[in-house]
Design a protein around this ligand. Structure first.
Ligand SMILES: [Zn+2]
Length: 300
């Protein structure tokens, strides 16, 4: 029948007449499915206004959030990875690094900087998950080690923001050495009496959890963050049992004594300032020297 037959083949709409919503205009919360405009989502620091789900953000977002007027000086911005093992998987490691640099505009999976936060000096190292899963290779370890040295030399508190899948397999043993190196640097920082706060965000796993992320004077986390060493699937297969509900969430880890508290990203800057105000190194604007305080206690 003629009326049933499509006379023109297909439906063709010229490109200029197509009406599409541009990508990235709306944000849908994966937890409660609430839809917000991207601008509103950004204004709320990428936290869902309805259920407080914390969306993953980059080092740049934390720098914006924490440093006063978004002003900071970046440390070792040009440090780049070598290819010590000449590692090849689906592509050669240097090619993978170059491609990731192009796609992300980053040089590696951590950025380190210093500046003022709520009127107090602060050194921050923040990881970027989009750079090879936030994996810890020698550049990540070296940048963190140098940031810790900077904090120690300037007697400035150090904040580490972890977001990582663990060690970088393309650097194998070199990655594992970063665990020892960063831990040793943190021991020196502790010896010097300079505070270290570790913020664990979603996800913090593997060698990062097993080294610097759990060595803070305070270990704190964002709500709902996955925190663990091995992933839940690996553990389930190993022990052959179902895992408890909420296993490896920040809330679960807090309940089992591995965290000091959980902090909403929107309150992070103030909570951190309060905490560091209490932990300020003894020689930084202390009302009286430590010895004098001790002797006054004795004579009471
Ligand atoms: Zn939500």
């Amino acid at each position: 029948m003629a009326w049933f037959k499509r006379v023109e083949k297909g439906i063709v709409t010229p490109t200029e007449q197509k009406k599409e919503t541009p990508d990235g205009l709306w944000y849908k919360c994966p937890e409660c499915k609430t839809v917000a405009t991207m601008a509103e989502h950004k204004r709320l620091l990428h936290v869902c206004g309805s259920c407080s789900y914390h969306d993953r953000v980059d080092a740049a977002d934390y720098f914006d959030l924490l440093f006063d007027s978004g002003e900071f000086s970046e440390l070792d911005a040009d440090l780049r990875s070598g290819d010590p093992l000449q590692f090849v998987d689906t592509k050669a490691y240097p090619q993978r690094v170059q491609a990731t640099e192009r796609n992300t505009g980053l040089k590696d999976a951590v950025r380190t900087a210093h500046g003022m936060s709520a009127g107090q000096p602060l050194v921050v190292a923040a990881m970027d998950f989009k750079f090879i899963g936030g994996s810890m290779g020698s550049v990540v370890g070296e940048k963190i080690a140098r940031a810790i040295d900077f904090a120690r030399q300037n007697r400035t508190p150090f904040l580490m923001i972890s977001r990582s899948g663990g060690a970088r397999m393309m650097e194998a043993g070199y990655s594992l050495m970063q665990m020892a190196k960063t831990s040793a640097k943190l021991a020196q920082l502790a010896e010097a009496g300079v505070p270290y706060v570790s913020l664990l965000t979603d996800p913090t796993t593997g060698g990062v959890t097993a080294s610097f992320a759990m060595l803070g004077d305070f270990n704190i986390a964002e709500p709902g963050a996955l925190i663990g060493f091995a992933g839940p699937r690996v553990i389930k297969e190993t022990i052959g049992k179902d895992l408890p509900k909420g296993f490896q969430s920040a809330e679960f880890v807090l309940e089992h004594g591995f965290l000091d508290f959980i902090v909403d990203r929107r309150e992070l800057k103030q909570r951190l300032a309060d905490l560091l105000g209490m932990l300020r190194p003894a020689d930084a604007a202390a009302p009286e020297p430590r010895e004098a305080r001790r002797s006054s206690v004795k004579t009471q």
